[in-house]
Design a binder for this molecule. Structure first.
Ligand code: SF4
Length: 348
């Protein structure tokens, strides 16, 4: 075992977190779920979602037979919904192709949608205590700083250097604890903006700290100007319900429910016509911006009250969403935001 690993394990014995919900009863299903939820999301945010998800789907079998709506509903608010869709597809694959048992090797796990090399490594290391390296955001930060590995980790060359380090430092025993420890160190001590170096086991050996260059690691992603797109969202209100449409499974907000949209205010009439709805009153609501990874979306919400109608929502594609007694479906973030800010919607 390298002195890097030994120092880390000594630190973990004293300071590591050992009672997070997924650290007790470490089954591949629970560790997989936690690893997927923890991608791009902080531990404190994940904990209530993790518990709620497990209460509803205690096993991969139960998750595999759930509807996509139920899964997305439990994910609402956690963001990056492709994670939830992939989780659901992977559960079906585990049942259909692996007899309900999670594969035990990195290569096999990586055949499941949404499981990359680092997540596969974490599952193998934590559940089976078998040698496998991980390189999530926290680990990248610790390694980049300690060894002064420059460059943006998204670049192949930098990523290869980081993976080589991660592989060579992962010990051959106490692998599960080492894996947990290096994630913990990044999350609790070597944090992005205010690392607590005096509390770090690498205080004396960390190159970035010694050289006073911590803020240079990991290297930043090259900046590019994000394009701005715009859309009009129609909040069609009737008797305390709003009309929602299901987004196509693939693509933006796949499988989630959102307001009918059109490109501009001028297109509202034809949109209402195509929906077979008769407008009574129209109110412009404050515009806001939703930012995706690759672009900004400027949203102009417009509330439209309509004449009483017997029009039935198209099954599977539309719902009259009850604002006061919401159905269990996954909602896009703008829908959640608009509904939360618009109690007045309930009145008609
Ligand atoms: S000494 Fe500071 S910068 Fe270096 S690994 Fe530890 S916390 Fe991070």
């Amino acid at each position: 075992m390298t002195s890097f690993a030994k120092q880390l394990l000594d630190w973990f014995d004293q300071h590591g977190r050992k009672s997070l919900p997924w650290q007790t009863d470490k089954t591949p299903y629970r560790v997989w779920l936690s690893e997927i939820m923890l991608q791009q999301t902080q531990v404190a945010t994940v904990i209530p979602y993790f518990k709620k998800f497990l209460d509803r789907f205690p096993s991969v079998d139960e998750l595999s037979v759930a509807t996509e709506d139920e899964v997305l509903h439990l994910w609402t608010g956690l963001g990056y919904y492709a994670r939830a869709r992939n989780l659901h597809i992977s559960a079906k694959k585990v049942m259909a192709e692996h007899n309900g048992e999670f594969p035990a090797t990195v290569d096999e796990l990586m055949t499941l949608p949404g499981i990359g090399r680092s997540t596969a490594g974490a599952i193998v290391a934590i559940c089976h205590d078998t040698h496998a390296a991980i390189l999530d955001g926290n680990v990248k930060r610790v390694l980049a700083r300690h060894f002064a590995i420059g460059g943006w980790p998204g670049k192949t060359q930098t990523q290869t250097l980081l993976w080589d380090k991660a592989e060579s430092l992962t010990p051959n025993n106490r692998i599960a604890e080492y894996t947990q420890a290096i994630m913990d160190l990044g999350a609790t001590v070597c944090t992005r903006s205010s690392p607590d170096c005096p509390a770090c086991p690498y205080f004396k050996s960390c190159h970035a700290r010694i050289n006073g260059t911590i803020d240079q690691y990991p290297g930043k992603k090259p900046k590019k100007v994000m394009p701005v797109k715009s859309t009009v969202m129609l909040i069609v209100a009737l008797n305390g319900n709003v009309l929602l449409k299901k987004r196509p499974s693939k693509g933006l907000w796949g499988g989630l429910w959102s307001f009918p949209e059109c490109e501009s205010v001028e297109a509202i009439d034809s949109l209402l016509q195509s929906l077979n709805l008769e407008e009574l009153e129209r109110t412009r609501l404050p515009e806001f911006r939703h930012t995706f990874t690759h672009y900004h979306l400027d949203i102009e919400p417009i509330r439209v009250t309509i004449r009483e109608t017997n029009r039935i929502a198209e099954p599977g594609a539309e719902i009259w969403f009850n604002v006061t007694a919401p159905q269990s479906v996954g909602l896009t973030k703008p829908v959640t935001k608009i509904l939360a800010e618009l109690p007045a919607i309930r009145v008609r």
